[in-house]
Every structure is written in C-alpha cells, then in structure tokens.
Design a protein around this ligand. Structure first.
Ligand SMILES: Nc1ncnc2c1ncn2[C@@H]1O[C@H](COP(=O)(O)OP(=O)(O)O)[C@@H](O)[C@H]1O
Ligand SMILES: [Mg+2]
Length: 474
C-alpha cells in the first residue's frame, strides 16, 4: 500500500479527535486516504463495524464501494468473506469486521448505525446539517469517530457555516471558528466543540503524488476557462459561485450508440424561448444523451421537419412539455404519418427537483455534438438567496435538462439491484441549523400567504368573466 506524505500522519497515528473534517480540491487523495485508514486501522485490526454514508445510495457503487473493493482486492483479498460483487450494501471480513454502506435517502437505514465505531461521510457537502446532527446523535457510544470528506463548495454550504464561519440570522453577526486563511495556510488544525474535538485537514491535488501530469494540467486549465472552478478544484478553496447541480459529466462520442432503452423528450419554447428535443438512452446506471435539437423562432411545420430529420424510429413516443397544448395538438397529425406519437410528461409540485434528482442518480454521459446540453449541464447551479442554497431553485432555465426530465418521466430513479427498496421523498424537513430553520419557516409562511392570495384572486376572476387562466410554466 502506498501512502501520500500529506496523509501520512492521518494514516499512521491513531485518531484522537471525534470528528475529522477533510476538505480539499479535486483529486487530492482524500477518499483514498480515508479508505486506507478504515481498512488498516479499523477493519483489519480487530472486529469492528464501520459505516460509509452518502446522500444518495446509488452513488456508493461507483465511488466508495468500488474504491473499498479495489483496495481490498489489492491489499488483502483473503481477508473478506464472500465475493465482492457490484451490488451490495456491506462487506464482511473474516475477523468479524463489517463495512456497511448507508445513505440518507433511506433514513430508516440509519438505525443500523448502532454499534458503529467509525463512520465516513463522503461528499459531506451533499447532506444537510440536520442529517449530520442525526448521525452524530446516533453515534454517541464510546469512542466513535466521524470522518467527513468534501470539496470546498460554497460558503453557504453547511460545512462552511458549521466548521468555519457561523453567521447569526437575526443579527448577521459572524463567529469565526476557523478562518479560511488559517485553514489554507496551517492546513492541520484542532478545535474543541460541544460534540467533541474536531481535526481539520486541507489538501490539494499537489499533495497527491499518484495523479498524472495531465490531470493536474486539466485542473490548472480552469484558471482560464472557469476561474471560479479553479479556486475550488485546483486550490481547494471555498467557492463563491453557486453550487453546480451536475458535478460529474462524461463527454464522449455516442453517435453510434445502439444499446440501452431509448427515451425522447421535447421541451417547447413556443414564441418566447428555445425548443429542445433530446434522445436519451439508459443502460444500467448509465444515462446517455446521444442527440439534441435546439432552436427557437420556428413555425410548427418547421418544427415537424426537424423532428423528421432527428431520426426518430417509427412507433416511438415523444414525452412533451404540457405548457403549450395547442402546439402539440397541431404537431401531432403532422407527424403521425411518420409513426411519431406524443404523450404529456408528468408534472406537478416538486417535479423539477425530483426529476433533476433522478437524472443525478445516473452516471451522465453526453455526446460531444450536444453543445447545448453540455453547456446547460455545466452551467446549471442552485440559486442562492441571502447566501442560502435553494435546493429547488436554479440559476437558469435549462431546456435540454427539462426535455430529459420529460423523456424519463416514467423511468424510476436509479437504485442498484439487491439494494433495499427505498422511497425518495426529498428533503423538506426544517434544518437543525437554527439559521436555516428560521429561513425555511419564513419561506413556508410566505408561500402559504401567497397561495391563499392567489386562490382568492383566481376565484374573483372566475366569478367575473370565467376568464381561463393561462397554464403557468414551472
Ligand atoms: N495512496 C494512493 N495510492 C495510489 N493511488 C492513489 C493514492 N491516493 C490517491 N490515489 C489516486 O489519486 C486519485 C485521486 O484520489 P482521490 O482519493 O479520489 O481524491 P479525492 O477524494 O481527494 O478527490 C485516484 O485516482 C486515486 O486512485
Ligand atoms: Mg473523493
């Protein structure tokens, strides 16, 4: 086993603090070091129970689980019980140790945190403060340790607010626990807290001797192409930009792709905005966007022509936007001769957020010709209001993403086979962070107020002239 010098103290010394916060740029070696620690210091040393936690279960397969599996196969293949397959939620060791993989999309499963000695929360910025509080609450027994790893995302992320600078919502008063300057220059810091000692660790890709020059070059190149991303990815500094919705996208040539199940989706721009038609393929946990059409200011016959050129197989259904039923009704007979039919995509409260979560449960691959899809996937970020990330509001109106949501509106969110079945309900609970809870409550109250006023206005209009309300966009 090779270890990176930057992580040597962490790996070789016994953990003394209850909480370890490992924050750093892309590819700095955080995940590998933590996996190594869990294996050598915990799983192999004595009989113990380890938990690895992520926000969404499906994301374990290609990250924490495959990393752990690879490490075990390289270092101690004969120390595990049974064969390491692709879909599992635990690894058993011959000495009785166990690693369980958990996710917050099934809170029931957090019950299995009983008796866990060490927990690793991977990509901790993805979870919420109340999730973290829940986890620390369940891991109270004895000498339990919690390791968090993350890229430094926005300063509105709970990680920053909890471990670095806390801002009081009423007074706006800021309390610095660890300043950014201190963190980036000292890199190893220990602080006391009500929930135990906290060890901070900072790293960047320059601390990782195991990556290629090309990889480093790629991160450095953000300096020109995306200076904000450069700060986060290369320098490992908290970003000022809104948090991107899609972090990991693969770009490739999928023009010849014939596998997978094909889904087509159509977002209408009508006269105001862009039309987007997409061809999506799903195969296992992979979602491919293989073709796009994206244009505006088109007459309906022109749109019909584009559909014909797009190469839609006869008998295929296009899942469409429901905002402009007139356009769809005119388009339908024009294309029925080509064997193309339309169906209204499922919409409703929360469908945008749920649809985006669903897309995110897959590994996303975009064909390099799909310029607009690529751009929208790269640019889409969560909106921030008063510095607070809004889970259900976005910085732009992404037509290709909408079209993909429609295309797969009947497809389930990806859940690995052999996994417990779980119900994704979204996260609407008030946060345990007093500041966030307060804002959320206010927002809820304002929404409620707005809804009652809207209902009243709607009623009056209906009474007066039976004016049909236009269908409202999402
Ligand atoms: N000790 C190590 N030995 C071999 N390869 C390593 C080691 N540490 C990191 N790497 C490699 O460097 C890359 C980035 O490491 P990773 O732990 O995924 O970084 P991070 O979690 O900080 O993004 C991975 O491909 C990993 O395999
Ligand atoms: Mg990592």
């Amino acid at each position: 086993m090779k270890i990176a010098p930057r992580f040597a103290p962490f790996l070789l010394e016994k953990l003394t603090e209850r909480i370890v916060v490992m924050i750093g740029g892309y590819g700095s070696g955080k995940s590998m070091a933590i996996a190594q620690k869990l294996l050598i210091d915990y799983a192999l040393r004595k009989k113990t129970k380890i938990a690895i936690i992520r926000k969404v279960f499906g994301t374990h397969v290609n990250s924490t689980y495959s990393l752990m599996k690879r490490l075990i196969q390289d270092e101690c293949p004969n120390k595990v019980v049974g064969k390491l397959g692709k879909n599992t939620n635990s690894i058993q060791f011959s000495n009785g140790s166990e690693i369980i993989f958990l996710a917050l999309d099934n809170p029931e499963k957090l019950k299995s945190l009983d008796n866990v000695e060490v927990a690793w929360i991977e990509e901790a910025s993805e979870i919420y403060l109340h999730d973290f509080t829940e986890i620390t609450g369940r891991l109270r027994t004895g000498d339990t340790k919690i390791i968090l790893s993350s890229n430094p995302l926005t300063t509105s992320n709970w990680l920053y607010r909890y471990f670095f600078v806390w801002e009081d919502d009423k007074t706006g008063e800021k309390t610095t626990i660890v300043s950014e300057d201190e963190f980036y220059s000292i890199k190893d810091i220990i602080k006391e807290s009500d929930i135990g000692g906290v060890k901070y660790h900072h790293s960047t890709v320059m601390d990782n001797p195991f990556v290629t020059e090309d990889y480093i070059k790629q991160l450095r190149a953000y300096k020109r192409t995306d200076p904000f991303k450069y700060e986060v990815a290369f320098k490992g500094k908290f970003g000022v930009l809104g948090e991107r919705v899609f972090e990991n996208i693969t770009v490739g040539d999928y023009s010849q792709m014939r596998e997978g199940t094909q889904y087509l989706g159509f977002d209408l721009g009508d006269k105001i905005s862009y039309n987007a038609l997409v061809d999506v393929r799903i195969k296992g946990q992979d979602l491919y966007i293989v073709n796009e059409w994206y244009d505006k200011d088109m007459t309906i016959p022109e749109i019909a022509d584009e559909f014909r050129k797009f190469g839609i197989p006869r008998g295929k259904t296009v899942w469409n936007d429901t905002n402009f039923p007139q356009t769809i009704n005119t388009l339908k007979p024009m294309l029925s001769g080509d064997g193309i039919s339309f169906q209204n995509a499922k919409k409703g409260a929360g469908s945008v957020q749920a649809g985006i979560q669903k897309i995110k449960s897959y590994n996303i691959h975009i064909d390099k010709r799909c310029r607009h899809t690529l751009r929208e996937f790269k640019e889409l970020a969560y909106k921030e209001i008063n510095g607070i990330k809004q889970e259900d509001k976005y910085t732009l109106d992404p037509h290709t993403v909408d079209a993909i949501r429609y295309a797969i509106c009947k497809v389930q969110m990806y859940v690995p086979k052999g996994d417990f079945s779980h119900d994704y309900t979204g996260q609407t609970l008030y946060s345990d962070n007093p500041m966030v809870a307060h804002l959320q409550r206010e927002k809820k109250m304002q929404e409620r107020k707005k809804n009652t006023t809207n209902a009243k206005v709607g009623k009056q209009v209906a009474l007066r002239g039976r004016v049909k309300q236009p269908l409202k966009g999402e």
